[in-house]
Each structure stands twice: as C-alpha cells, then as structure tokens.
Design a protein around this ligand. Structure first.
Ligand code: CP
Ligand code: NVA
Length: 298
C-alpha cells in the first residue's frame, strides 16, 4: 500500500506536525530536499484551479520532479474509461497523482487501484492541502494553533470539512457559524467531538466572532453547487468590519480564494491589514512540497 494524502483525518498528529515543520523550514530556506528527482507527478483536474495547479507545478519542479498536467476532459476518462484502468495504466508512467475531483469517490477509486501516492487537490468533500496551508499561516502569526479559536462563517463546504478533520488532530477551538440548514452533518461533528475535537455550532455570527483569533470564510457557492437561494440565506454570515471588530485585536482573516467581495467577505476586511490571504496562498506551495516529501519519505 502506498501512502496517500487524501484527508487530514487519515493522518496522525505527529506526521501532520512533521509536515508543517518541514514546510516552515523549506519556506525559510533551511532545507531544499529533492525527493522527486527522476520522478513524474501527474495532476488531473476535473474542475478549475489557479492556486492548486500553479503551486503544485512549481512545488514538483522545486523538489526535482517533472509535473504533468492533465485536463480530465482530454482523457478517455471523460468518455467513460474506468478509473481502475486509468489508475493502473498511469501508475506505469508516473510516480504519484494529484487529483482535483468532482466526486471524492474518484480519488478513493484512484487510491485503490493506482498503487502509487494519491493526493487530494480538492473534492466535493474536502480540501486537505488548503487546511495544512491555513494552519501553517496561523503558526506564522501565532506560533502555534494550540488553544486558539478559529471561527468559520457561512457554508459548510469541503474546506470546512477539512477544518473539522484538523480539529480532531490539533488542539484548537473550532466555531462554525451558519444558518441551521447549512450546518455540517451532525454525525460528522459528533464523531469529531467524540475523538477530542472542540467544535461548537452557532446561528449567530456575532457570538461566534467574539474574541476569536482567526476568522475564516469561503465562497457561498462552491464549484459544482447550485446557487439557488444561497446568497440570500447566507447574507447574515458575511465577514465585515463590525464582525471583525468583535474578534481579538490581533485576529487574522483567512480565505482559501477565489473570493467574492461583497458576498462572503467585504473588500474592507479581505484587503485590510489583518488579512493574510496572500501568505496563505503562498503557503500552499511550501506545505505541498512538505506533503510530497513525506509521501516519498526523504
Ligand atoms: N484555494 C484553491 O484551491 O484555489 P484554486 O481553486 O485556485 O486552486
Ligand atoms: N469551496 C470552494 C473552494 C475553492 C478552492 C469550492 O469548492 O469551489
């Protein structure tokens, strides 16, 4: 069995911390490992991407490897070729596969059949590389995530799912503010709480923002979602200046991007001095390098 990076929940805290430490060390130039020399990493995209695509391509090159970017529409997959056949064939050509998938099951099917490391570059269910970069950004600002309060506002989407996974592995308080019918699955939250995650659900954004260290949000309509009444339903969960002022004086704002100013966050907050979105995007590069180092065990 090859080691994959499909969900934070699959990892132990020790390895996650090791990955983060290496990411910080690589960012500061302390180490420059090249575990991908002579290796090729393929990337399959079933959905659009700016950061994931570019940061992975640069990361693979910086680790000494060759990136191979594949648009799923150009592959026989889009004409119905089974994932199992695609995965088994690809494993004869390349050394690892990063996938951005419409369905999480596609990533699991690749991992079952490929026999080489599979990395989740976002699915409908989760976005683990993003949350590793978010934690790295939080560590840069507060040294450690332990004991901090991270408050999430808006839709319970793939990015939030990886935050819930992270809450099982790192000791921080996760507050989730959303309308009742947009709250995460009760069983998922309970399972996380049962293994030690500190998660609280709120319908009132203001209560969730009170004295928080990190305010985080994401688009109200994720790729593959229907807009429906989402913009109206989530309006009260916008992160704006008045909400931000309820947090601690040194609180930071995070957003995985792309963002829609005027929807989930105001321009004043996302472009303000406490927003760390560009560092957060940069950290995708470092953390993904560290994840690939871990997968190739240098
Ligand atoms: N945050 C993120 O994954 O961005 P992209 O969709 O641009 O890759
Ligand atoms: N939740 C968003 C994240 C984009 C990086 C989406 O899935 O579209």
């Amino acid at each position: 069995m090859s080691v994959n990076f499909i969900d934070i929940a699959d990892y132990n805290t020790k390895d996650l911390k090791k990955v983060l430490l290496l990411a910080h060390q690589m960012k500061s130039g302390l180490v420059s490992p090249t575990p991908l020399l002579e290796k090729t990493v393929a990337m399959i995209f079933e959905k659009s991407s700016t950061r994931t695509r570019i940061s992975f391509e640069v990361a693979i090159k910086q680790l000494g490897g060759t990136p191979l970017i594949l648009n799923s529409d150009d592959m026989q997959l889009s004409r119905g070729e089974p994932i199992a056949d695609t995965a088994r064939v690809m494993s004869r050509y390349v050394d690892a596969i990063m996938i951005r998938a419409l369905s999480h099951q596609t990533i699991l099917d690749f991992s079952e059949n490929a026999g080489i490391p599979i990395i989740n570059g976002l699915s409908n269910l989760s976005h683990p590389c993003q949350i590793m970069a978010d934690i790295m950004t939080i560590e840069e600002n507060f040294n450690s995530i332990e004991g901090l309060t991270i408050s999430w506002f808006g839709d319970s989407n793939n990015v939030l799912k990886s935050w819930i996974d992270a809450a099982m592995k790192f000791r921080f308080y996760l507050r989730i503010a959303s309308p009742k019918r947009y709250q995460p699955d009760k069983h998922l939250v309970q399972e996380a709480i049962d293994v030690g995650a500190k998660i609280e659900l709120f319908e009132d954004s203001r209560v969730a923002a009170q004295d928080a260290n990190v305010l985080v949000t994401d688009v109200w309509v994720s790729m593959g979602d229907q807009e429906g009444t989402r913009l109206r339903d989530l309006r009260a969960y916008q992160v704006h200046k008045e909400l931000f002022e309820l947090a601690r004086y040194d609180a930071i704002f995070l957003h995985c991007l792309p963002a829609i100013r005027g929807n989930e966050v105001t321009a004043e907050v996302i472009d303000g001095p406490q927003s760390k979105i560009i560092d957060q995007a940069e950290n995708r590069l470092h953390v993904q390098k560290a994840i690939m180092c871990h997968l190739f065990e240098t």
